[in-house]
Design a protein around this ligand. Structure first.
Ligand code: 5GP
Length: 188
């Protein structure tokens, strides 16, 4: 019998978190995935209700007012937040759930759920690697790359409060490391 755990995976933008989460979801279909709400526009290939619940600013603010969010942050000019209906879904079903959220959001989850949550920080091997990755991704303009780099320094600092840090200098190894941490917690 595994213990339902809220598994938060966070990293600065370009830290490789998305690839790690994608691999873990394929390996562990039994683990639920928390679909966040956001006001940012949908990217090509994304589906409403699967990647995010895409809301207008007004709809998002209504959710804040009605207590429908466990945590939320404003990132890059948009709101992002974890829906209470998602955490309830996992805890009521006795299932573990993965959260792809930012570092501050992770710390909020820990504050609320304490030992029922595990925070895993994915660190880039170095801040220069992060910048190279962000540029190579080619989806961000120069101003956005600069903004994300400034934020990354703050996130690296906050990440020290996480339960675990996995350095992503080799993607396959980082996936295995995170997998091991998760399996270890779920079997406790
Ligand atoms: P993107 O726009 O690239 O999908 O996400 C930008 C950042 O927002 C990522 O770091 C992502 O993990 C974070 N994020 C996504 N959903 C949430 C959420 O519900 N809460 C918080 N705090 N951050 C989120």
């Amino acid at each position: 019998m595994s213990t339902p755990t809220l598994l938060v995976i966070a990293s600065p933008s370009g830290g490789g978190k998305t690839s790690i989460i994608k691999a873990l979801r394929q390996r562990h279909p039994e683990i639920e995935f928390s679909v966040s709400a956001t006001t940012r526009s949908m990217r090509p290939g994304e589906t409403d209700g699967k990647d995010y619940f895409f809301l207008t600013k007004e709809q998002f603010e209504e959710r804040i007012a009605s207590g429908g969010l466990v945590e939320y942050e404003q990132l890059y000019g948009n709101y992002y937040g974890t829906l209470k209906s998602e955490t309830d879904r996992a805890l009521n079903a006795g299932a573990s759930m993965l959260f792809d959220i930012d570092v501050r959001g992770g710390l909020s989850i820990k504050k609320m759920y304490g030992p029922r949550s595990v925070l895993i920080f994915i660190a880039p091997p170095g801040i220069d690697v992060l910048e190279t990755r962000l540029r190579n991704r080619g989806t961000e303009d120069e101003a956005t790359v600069r903004r994300r780099m400034e934020r990354a320094a703050m996130e690296m600092e906050l990440g020290r409060q996480f339960d675990y840090t996995v350095v992503n200098d080799d993607l396959a190894k980082a996936i295995d490391d995170v997998d091991r941490i998760i399996m270890n917690h779920m079997s406790q």
